[in-house]
Design a protein around this ligand. Structure first.
Ligand code: ADP
Ligand code: MG
Length: 266
């Protein structure tokens, strides 16, 4: 079948590799079921489009550096009553990303901050957005090294480009002066341009200590919180679920309060 080969080659040359690959089976199906010409073309092109969507999603998932894939379907909201499920479901529509707003998840260890951040990131990837996930320590190591080696300009792109940047685990270690300034620059560079999801085990009132510089912390929070959804999670660690069931309460007292210093969700 010279003609068939010619058409297959043409599809390939036009960049429709999947259509070229599945042409035979689509022709077969059309012959067996006597579908219309329109239906035939529709099926062939939908196959190509589906294939591309999946490939693009896989590529974006790889580039996102997500540590693992978690979804809201795996999240047990009944375990964490301080979380407003409706608010999280609304965030999962990703309209905050389209409005260049931030999401800040606060709470003690194990309450699901990373889980929710990852779930929103996975949803964003599904919706065709580019995402980059990094934890704070790694982000600052990377920026400090790039700064020292004079290639900060190139590295910025990694953190500026994605439609959604997730910075996990802010607050586990103190920031020195250089790190604090680099973080400030990053926050400024995304301010009103690109969304971020941040997670922290430190309340906003502790960010001054964390950065060793209250005015700098204030300037950072001022920008972060200008258009932000704050999710303040109070509760028990999911990791300790079985122990809690057995009647042990291990959350320190200071973790059960408000970490937002009165910042109200927008
Ligand atoms: P955090 O980032 O707040 O320290 P994680 O999100 O890492 O906590 O949660 C710790 C572990 O418990 C993860 O494996 C996470 O998937 C799981 N987990 C936390 N909360 C829930 C929940 N409400 N339902 C299901 N799994 C949860
Ligand atoms: Mg975490």
């Amino acid at each position: 079948m010279v003609e068939l080969e010619r058409i297959r080659l043409m599809l390939e040359n036009l960049g429709l590799a999947q259509a070229a690959l599945t042409l035979d089976s689509h022709l077969d199906y059309a012959a067996r079921t006597e579908i219309t010409y329109l239906e035939f073309i529709n099926r062939l092109l939908e196959d190509e489009a589906d294939f591309r969507r999946k490939r693009s999603e896989e590529t974006r998932l790889k580039l996102s550096h997500l540590p693992h894939k978690k979804t809201l379907d795996d999240f047990d909201f009944s375990f964490q009553p301080s979380i407003d499920e409706r608010q999280i479901r609304e965030l999962a529509t990703l309209s905050f990303v389209h409005r260049q707003e931030n999401v800040i998840l606060l709470g003690p260890p194990g309450v699901g901050k990373s889980h929710i951040a990852i779930s929103l990131a996975v949803e964003a990837i599904r919706q065709g957005l580019s995402v980059y996930f990094v934890n704070m320590e790694k982000l600052l190591d990377d920026l400090r090294r790039a700064n020292k080696e004079g290639r900060l300009h190139n590295r910025w792109k990694v953190y500026q480009r994605p439609g959604l940047l997730v910075i996990d685990e802010i607050g586990y270690s103190q920031l020195d002066r250089v790190s604090g300034n680099l973080f400030f620059q990053l926050v400024c560079s995304r301010y009103e341009k690109g969304s971020m999801i941040l997670t922290s085990n430190k309340g906003f009132g502790e960010w001054g200590d964390l950065l060793g510089d209250v005015p700098l912390a204030t300037a950072i929070l001022d920008r972060l919180l200008h258009h932000a959804h704050v999710v303040n999670i109070r509760g028990q660690s999911y990791r300790m679920k079985s122990r809690i069931k057995a009647g042990m309460n291990i959350v320190p007292q200071h973790f059960s309060g408000d970490m937002t210093n009165g910042v109200v969700n927008s």
